[in-house]
Every structure is written in structure tokens, then in C-alpha cells.
Design a protein around this ligand. Structure first.
Ligand code: C5P
Length: 222
């Protein structure tokens, strides 16, 4: 069969939100739909890669020839990614909750019938999945997303450095046409030399193919 850009490569992709339990009936999450990560998984498989897609709770069909691993919390997502190693490329498209409740109550929490007071929920930091994998000795070519509402390129460049990435994909989520849950995206890719490559607004499927082509060219260069 024809040689494709990612033939023989194992590509690990995270997608969707994570869900952090407060008690058995309540949780903290975010608006990530998983569309970008699923489009990337589809495009990587079409480019010949062996794809593992680790995803939080989403309502999307699994792309053909993709191994899907469903997880709930950030800690589950990290464990699933570690179990899927080694890989040649990691693309972290998941919107991982930065914090989780310090304790997840075993029983449903009850409000105090004798008090109108509020309640305080203590949150603690979640592990950074992308930074953890990108700093391993067997680190893959590591690609992150920077979804920002301001100072997009400055924050993205800082994230590339802080998390030890090869590429960062900057995404302006203040623009509703290309943000969370939208069908379109527009991206600027920044590499370690701070070189920028922009792809204008188009469908997430098309952006995914452009990004996969870009990654294939970059990994074959190094
Ligand atoms: O720091 P920030 O959350 O903005 O970084 C975004 C990038 O890092 C995304 O690629 C996201 O998937 C990844 N990330 C992660 N684990 C976290 C937080 C972010 O993998 N706990």
C-alpha cells in the first residue's frame, strides 16, 4: 500500500474535557466538545499513523482505525496516556481541568437546612498531562494547544517553553466562530525557533489535515 506521511508512527491524541467529581451526583467540567481532537485522530489515521485517542466524556463517534480510550478525570487521562506510551507524537487537544475538588465526597453532600450560608469547595491542582509526557526520557514529538482570550501569541510561546514542547497551536477562543464547540477553527503554529505558520478560518476537519501535514513534515525534518 502507498507510503503515507505518518506510516509506522504511533500518534497519541488527547481530546475533550475532563470531569472532576465533587460527590456522586455533581462534578466540574468545561465546554470542550472534543471535535478538534477527534478530527486530528481521523486525519492522523488517514495519514497512515497508528492512533490512540484518549478522550474525556464527549458525544462523538470513533473515527475509523482509531483506538479509543474513554476516561473521566485528569488523573485517569494521565494514567491512560502513560499506559499508551511509547508514542512518536503526542497531540494534546484535551481541555483538562486545571483543578479538582480536594475530596470527592463518598455520599451526596447535603445542604444545611438551618443555615443560609454559602459553602466553600477546596480545589487542588491537577497534573499537567502534556508537560508530564513531554518531559519523559522517552518523550515524543510534543504538540500542545494554547486556547486564549488575550495575548494569544505571547502566552502560547511561554507555554511552548514551560512545557518543553516542539510545537504549540495557538487558538483565539475569544472569537466565538472558532472557539469551544464551534465547527471551525483558525490557528497559528509556533515552533521552538519561534517561527509562526498561520492557517485561516476553515472547518476543524480541514485544519486537522493541515496540522497533521505540518507535524509530519516537522518530525521527518528532525
Ligand atoms: O496550560 P494550559 O492548560 O493552557 O495548556 C494547554 C495545553 O496543555 C493543551 O495542549 C492541553 O491539552 C494541555 N494540558 C494538559 N494537562 C493539563 C493542562 C493542560 O495536557 N492539566
Amino acid at each position: 500500500f502507498a507510503h503515507q506521511a505518518l506510516t509506522g508512527k504511533h500518534v497519541l491524541i488527547t481530546a475533550g474535557p475532563t470531569r472532576e467529581d465533587i460527590d456522586p451526583v455533581r462534578y466540574i467540567t468545561n465546554h470542550s466538545s472534543g471535535k478538534m481532537g477527534f478530527s486530528l485522530a481521523e486525519a492522523a489515521a488517514e495519514a497512515g499513523a497508528q492512533v490512540t485517542l484518549v478522550c474525556g466524556p464527549v458525544h462523538l463517534p470513533t473515527p475509523d482505525r482509531v483506538k479509543r480510550v474513554d476516561v473521566t478525570s485528569a488523573r485517569d487521562m494521565l494514567a491512560a496516556c502513560e499506559a499508551a506510551m511509547p508514542c512518536d507524537v503526542l497531540i494534546a487537544a484535551a481541555a483538562v481541568a486545571d483543578y479538582r475538588p480536594e475530596v470527592s465526597a463518598a455520599q451526596k453532600m447535603k445542604k444545611d437546612p438551618n443555615s443560609a450560608d454559602g459553602m466553600t469547595l477546596k480545589l487542588i491542582r491537577n497534573p499537567d498531562i502534556l508537560a508530564t509526557i513531554a518531559n519523559r526520557n522517552d518523550r515524543p514529538f510534543s504538540v500542545g494547544f494554547a486556547a486564549e482570550t488575550e495575548n494569544l501569541l505571547a502566552y502560547a510561546t511561554a507555554k511552548l517553553r514551560d512545557k518543553n514542547l516542539d510545537l504549540i497551536v495557538a487558538n483565539d477562543v475569544a472569537n466565538a466562530a472558532i472557539g469551544f464547540n464551534s465547527d471551525d477553527n483558525a490557528i497559528t503554529i509556533i515552533d521552538r525557533q519561534q517561527q509562526q505558520t498561520s492557517f485561516p478560518q476553515t472547518s476543524k476537519g480541514k485544519i486537522a489535515r493541515q496540522l497533521i501535514d505540518f507535524i509530519a513534515t516537522h518530525i521527518n525534518k528532525v
